[in-house]
Design a protein around this ligand. Structure first.
Ligand code: OAD
Length: 237
């Protein structure tokens, strides 16, 4: 018997750290090297599109060849084997959840494997080419508006209606590998508590919002997520 009927899982950069991808706010993280206002805002793109595109071209190159780790695989197994619903909402733009086999997945901050035309709004697969200021949209033929299909600071994350709908029925919320500092995701633990869900944090260290969680386990994702999934599948955590 499953104790929980509807599990919502939020993941962040810490989940992919052991696959070799950088986090944002750790001391050697991405925001220690770059000013997010320059590379992850619509205003930064308007000011210096070449700099923004080079930042994402580089991040896309870093994503090439990465593999899901034991924590991604455990979460995919949970979705497949659990008798209740499991929804993963990820802030990560990498493709590691889907590579691990997760299906019920929302990329709320977009995907590094897709591009978006700022002129016509068409989203499409980002092929092998680098995105450049002079790249042309395949759909509207405009030049100068091609950008990665990722959500920047000041933009609305994707699929928020579906996400909030999921929080009306969830009875367990698990936050994994995220500092919990970026809204709206930073508000999900409170949203889950409002509907009476059990809240769990699995993270390297206590996040800023750790007091919002009924239970917290701290350690590397590959070491703490697989045993937690086993407990959900076979025992009472
Ligand atoms: P952060 O870099 O803010 O937080 C990563 C969290 O993962 C930290 O709390 C780390 O302690 C933890 N961590 C690091 N290594 C870990 C490991 N091996 N196992 C488990 N946990 C580990 O990244 P996010 O919370 O994902 O948005 O950041 C949220 C958003 O801020 C991102 O989606 C991005 C960023 O700015 C945009 O770019 C719009």
């Amino acid at each position: 018997m499953s104790a929980f009927q509807s599990i919502v899982i939020l993941t962040g950069a810490g989940l992919s750290a052991e696959s070799g991808l950088s986090t944002f706010r750790d001391k050697d993280g991405i925001w220690a090297q770059y000013d997010y206002r320059e590379v992850a805002t619509p205003e930064g793109f308007a000011r210096n599109p070449a700099k923004v595109l080079e930042f994402y071209n580089r991040r896309r190159r870093e994503n090439k060849g990465v593999q899901p780790n034991a924590a991604h695989l455990a979460l995919a197994r949970l979705e497949q084997a659990y008798s209740g619903d499991v929804l993963i909402i990820t802030q990560n733009i990498d493709p590691l959840h889907e590579m691990a086999g997760s299906k019920n997945l929302i990329h709320m901050h977009g995907e590094i494997g897709k591009k978006l035309c700022a002129h016509c709004g068409i989203r499409s697969d980002w092929g092998d080419e680098e995105l450049l200021v002079e790249s042309k949209c395949d759909a509207c033929a405009m030049i100068g508006g091609m950008r990665p299909d990722v959500v920047w600071f000041g933009e609305m994350p994707y699929r928020m209606e579906e996400i909030y709908e999921a929080f009306t029925r969830c009875d367990m919320f698990i936050s994994i590998g995220t500092s919990g500092t970026v809204y709206p995701a930073a508000g999900f633990a409170a949203a889950a508590r409002q509907v009476g869900a059990r809240t769990v944090e699995l993270n390297l260290e206590p996040s800023e919002g750790v007091s919002l969680f009924h239970e917290a386990r701290h350690g590397k994702a590959t070491e703490i997520v697989p045993p937690y999934v086993e407990e959900l599948l076979f025992g009472n955590p």
